[in-house]
Design a protein around this ligand. Structure first.
Ligand SMILES: NC(=O)C1=CN([C@@H]2O[C@H](COP(=O)(O)OP(=O)(O)OC[C@H]3O[C@@H](n4cnc5c(N)ncnc54)[C@H](O)[C@@H]3O)[C@@H](O)[C@H]2O)C=CC1
Ligand SMILES: O=C([O-])CC(=O)C(=O)O
Length: 342
């Protein structure tokens, strides 16, 4: 039997009043809502007034998370679904966020997660294709450089792939870059924007410090620049090491995903000028055989509205891009091969 816990956080009267004042209803699903990222992400999405309905799914624990988060005094409705409730969880959903999958332990690379997470993500993509084929999909599960191509190919096989609606979430790299640069430049991190391009692992993470006003103003020496780039590229390892076997970044990741989701929801509602880096199907390096690349993307009412060029790079940044490309190509092809052989 479908185990379903429906918890309305407001009275019907309040819910009705809320929906009449909103330009549109936005139902968001979190797949993997019981996990280290899923739980705080669900809380942050519950706090976002642009989310009117929240659907929480996990193979374990989502009804409990829904019961808990559902008491928060915002207008959205929260429903939790147990393992057998995936189809129902996706019904009518416009935005699907996927943090389902295993995290790293010390000594592992993100690619070491491929064996387990590829099939989890592939199965969830099949369910999205069946139940919410027009949904925007935000992929958090690692390795992002491979899981996003897996979702793309899975949707393609189901005949419902729209590249404008598939995003790999690289926002944590952007958040880290802002925080780490601000620490050096003595600026307010929230106003210290840094564009991070490429992908989401090690050398594929390419921060464009030269394009950041704070990065320019602080005039980093070569060693300082290298250390900053390394910290941004391997920020995930810093957390994995500190958690000492208990997983990887969860709280900062939930913050980053909620930040990206809010930008997308604003754009879906018609706000213009919403631009943020994200890993999408991109023309930028198609000639080199690389179908997906993170760069600044303008979001619009249908998802990706415009993919920005990389802009002017310093010679050192150009070298970072050159180093990222072969690794990215390998990761993307690994994702494609998984779908082709399953
Ligand atoms: N894109 C990014 O920047 C980041 C990505 N991650 C990745 O996010 C993923 C999740 O990390 P955590 O939340 O820390 O792991 P976690 O182990 O705490 O939570 C994962 C959740 O996924 C659930 N799950 C497993 N299979 C599922 C399925 N088939 N359907 C639905 N739910 C399923 C588990 O029950 C668990 O609750 C990992 O792959 C991690 O590497 C983590 C940090 C940053
Ligand atoms: O490092 C990890 O495995 C998790 C992650 O993607 C990050 O923190 O950037």
């Amino acid at each position: 039997m479908l185990s379903r816990v429906a918890l309305r956080s407001t009275s019907r009267l309040t819910t009705r009043a809320f929906s009449t004042t909103q330009a549109r209803h936005t139902k968001v699903a979190v797949l993997g809502a019981g996990g280290g990222i899923g739980q705080p992400l669900s809380l942050l999405l519950k706090s976002d007034p642009l989310v009117t309905s929240l659907s929480l799914y996990d193979i374990r624990g989502a009804p409990g998370v829904a019961a808990d988060v559902g008491h928060v005094d915002t207008g959205s409705e929260v429903v939790g679904y147990a393992a057998d409730g995936l189809d129902a969880a996706l019904d009518g959903v416009e935005v699907v966020v996927i943090p389902a999958g295993v995290p790293r332990k010390p000594g592992m690379t993100r690619d070491d997660l491929f064996k387990t997470n590829a099939s989890i993500v592939c199965d969830l993509a099949k369910a999205v294709a069946k139940n919410a084929p027009k949904a925007h999909i935000l992929v958090i599960s690692n390795p992002v450089n491979s899981t996003v191509p897996i979702v793309a190919r899975t949707l393609q096989q189901a005949g419902v792939y729209d590249p404008a609606k598939l995003f790999g979430i690289t926002t944590l790299d952007v958040v880290r870059a802002s925080r780490f640069l601000a620490g050096i430049a003595n600026t307010d991190p929230i106003k210290t924007s840094v564009t991070v391009v490429g992908g989401h692992s090690g050398v594929t993470i390419v921060p464009l410090i030269s394009q950041s006003p704070a990065g320019n103003a602080v005039k980093l020496g070569s060693e300082e620049w290298k250390a900053l780039v390394h910290r941004i590229q391997y920020g995930g390892d810093e957390v994995v090491k500190a958690k000492d076997g208990a997983g990887s970044a969860t709280l900062s990741m939930a913050y980053a995903a909620a930040k990206f989701a809010n930008k997308l929801l604003r754009a879906l509602k018609g706000e213009t000028g919403v631009v943020t880096p994200t890993f999408v199907e991109s023309p930028l390096f198609k000639k080199e055989g690389i179908d997906f690349f993170a760069s600044n993307v303008e979001l619009g009412p249908n998802g990706v509205a415009k993919i920005h060029e990389l802009g002017k790079l310093s010679p050192e940044e150009q070298e970072l891009v050159n180093a990222a490309l072969p690794e990215l190509k390998k990761n993307i092809e690994k994702g494609y091969e998984f779908v082709a052989s399953n």
